[in-house]
Design a protein around this ligand. Structure first.
Ligand SMILES: [Zn+2]
Length: 612
């Protein structure tokens, strides 16, 4: 065993004393761009995009300077551990360990492929897409054609609303007091008895969700004589339509069939219009219908979206949770609306959202109410909307005779069933106390009930995995070395180059990152882009995200010594173990020599390394 590291040069002047070896510099870099327009283009986009601006479209970020914080869109949390770094252009969540560059973020947030993410970021950053770029895979191409088709359909419907045939549709808007500006903003239109098919003549009409085929194979417009609402994705692109019947036709509301663009349960109607003010307000108001949403926006209450269905779906809840910590449910006061609302509470609580309930007086839905009573009254009720449990308490007083012991028992059970779904243990306990107080039931009894009725909050499979695998940590020394390289400390990089093939690095967990950082000249996301060890990537992002300040060359060099010392320590204990097998006399000489060599080198490291 030979202490190769120290055979290179004595300590101290290490960083200047070692001549750099040109042969090592000529090693093939890991990031030789694979020739191709796509790679060039994605690099251009990556270099020109600002990750903080792109992420802000999805997450409300707080703070200033180079690192901004927000609530992680990829796991549920109450205190922000999601960080975006402007200077190093990456994001990292300390909670769920997800991280990466701007493309990775968009891929996760939008559930799209890499080429699609590049396209989205380019679009958001105002970088025109060269026509010859071959980043269109088949799926992307299909989606784009469908988006085009919907754009054309939307403009066709809009135009048709001024046609003679559309008088009944205009009458509805007039009755609902929808003014021209908002009809325009929400893209309202009219589907005539026929015409869209001829107008668009699409290649594959049925798969667009806008047409139907009968038994004889004839294709028709799906929407006929209906008032049309475009449905957008959260980037404001039309992906489907909802059509309201005029007159006594069933169904009253008809939606596009699901398509490559449109999955009903994934959409919150009006989200792209509501997002900004919802993030500002820290809450989103959830209503049932298109007109509820539209009328509230017109009244100046803009943090409103519609679920356009009965109860919320988990996907819709997840979508809302990306932007706000609180949801106000303002469903219709009829039985169907109230049942749907109760079902939604559970889903919202499971996503760790605060839930308030707004039940409007006189049995009015939001659309009627705001038209009759005005925006100010609505706004006042909205501000005063009770938390879900306060609302349930009030309701139970109405629905149960609390003087009847059996009824009271049922009422308590009814409320506690929801309280048990609150994710935060402290909050759950506090609410349980308030419930006990309200029902005038001894507190321990309520807490006991709660224990029985509340299942433990379910961990997502992903986070369970993270917890199990989280055992491996970077050594302080590894972190310091990585920081120095990410901070583009040239003298550290130059000092490692000549010794980068030394054996001891193989024992350093983060070596694959160190060596990639050398090749990528300190660009962290580039260095991590082809790294298979996700956990290592997470640890590296965490370390860089925690950035304790500028790493001096001296400090970083001492880290290398420490890593080397770790290696020696291991050898030492191996040898000592071997020696134990020989007893006092018969130990082989070469083992003893190796041991004494190791000890002397370790001794020199201890003396030579600052801060150790
Ligand atoms: Zn997270």
């Amino acid at each position: 065993m030979k202490p190769f590291f120290f055979s290179l040069r004595p300590t101290r002047q290490f960083k200047v004393a070692i001549p750099s070896n040109p042969r090592l510099y000529s090693l093939t870099p890991f990031f030789e761009p694979t020739a191709g327009a796509m790679k060039n283009f994605s690099d251009t986009v990556r270099d020109s995009a600002d990750i903080t601006r792109v992420v802000s479209d999805y997450v409300s970020l707080k703070g200033s300077g180079n690192s901004l914080k927000g609530l992680c869109p990829f796991h549920t949390e109450k205190t922000p551990s999601f960080t975006v770094h402007r200077d190093k252009q990456f994001f990292f969540c300390h909670g769920c360990k997800v991280g990466g560059d701007v493309f990775k973020f968009v891929m996760l947030a939008e559930r799209v492929t890499f080429p699609e993410a590049v396209r989205i970021v380019a679009e958001k950053s105002g970088i025109p897409m060269p026509a010859q770029i071959g980043i269109v895979d088949e799926k992307t191409d299909q989606r784009r054609q469908l988006l085009d088709l919907h754009e054309k359909a939307a403009s066709y419907f809009r135009r048709m609303i001024s046609s003679d045939e559309a008088a009944a549709a205009r009458e509805v808007l007039h009755k609902r007091k929808i003014n021209a500006e908002f009809a325009e903003r929400f893209g309202l239109g009219y589907a005539p008895h026929a015409g869209l098919l001829d107008y668009l003549s699409p290649r594959d009409p049925v798969s667009s969700g806008l047409f139907v085929k009968n038994d004889r194979g004839e294709v028709f417009d799906r929407f006929r004589r209906r008032l049309m609402f475009p449905i957008w994705n959260d980037r404001g692109k039309v992906i489907a339509f909802g059509g309201r019947a005029l007159g006594d036709v069933q169904p009253k509301y008809l939606n596009s069939a699901e398509s490559a663009l449109y999955t009903k349960s994934y959409v919150l109607y009006g989200l792209h219009l509501a997002r900004g003010s919802a993030q500002k307000a820290g809450r989103i108001v959830m209503v049932e219908g298109y007109f509820d949403c539209l009328s509230l926006h017109q009244a100046g209450i803009e943090n409103v979206v519609a679920s356009c269905g009965t109860s919320l779906t988990t996907h819709q809840v997840a979508l809302a949770a990306r932007y706000v910590p609180e949801v106000v449910m303002n469903y219709d006061p009829d039985a169907a609306g109230q049942t749907a609302m109760r079902k939604s509470i559970e889903l919202l609580l499971a996503k760790n959202l605060r839930v308030r309930i707004l039940k409007l007086p006189q049995g009015l839905d939001p659309d009627d109410f705001v038209r009759q009573e005005g925006a100010e009254t609505y706004g006042r009720l909205l501000q005063a909307a009770p938390y879900f449990w306060q609302y349930l308490l009030a309701e139970s007083g109405r629905n149960f005779d609390l003087n009847d012991p059996a009824m009271k028992g049922a009422a308590v059970r009814d409320v506690l069933e929801f309280v048990g779904k609150i994710q935060d243990a402290v909050e759950r306990l506090e609410v349980a106390r308030a419930v006990a107080e309200a029902f005038k039931v001894p507190e321990p009894l309520v807490l006991e009930r709660l224990k029985l009725s509340s299942r433990r909050p379910e961990l997502a499979p992903v986070s369970r995995q993270t917890v199990a695998a989280a055992s491996r940590k970077l050594l302080e020394a590894e972190k310091q070395l990585i920081l120095a390289l990410v901070q583009k400390n040239k003298s550290v990089a130059e000092a490692i180059q000549p010794i980068r093939n030394d054996e001891f690095w193989r024992e350093v967990w983060s070596w694959p990152v160190v060596t990639r950082l050398l090749d990528a000249e300190g660009d962290m996301e580039k260095a991590l882009s082809d790294l298979a060890d996700e956990q290592l990537a997470g640890e590296v992002r965490a370390a860089v995200s925690d950035d304790p300040g500028t790493m001096t060359a001296e400090y970083a060099m001492s880290s290398i010594y420490k890593l080397y010392d770790e290696h020696l320590k291991k050898r030492q204990s191996e040898i000592q173990q071997q020696l134990q097998g020989y007893g006092a006399e018969g130990a082989p000489r070469d083992l003893l020599v190796s041991l004494s060599e190791i000890l002397s080198v370790r001794n020199r490291i201890r003396k030579g390394v600052p801060n150790s």
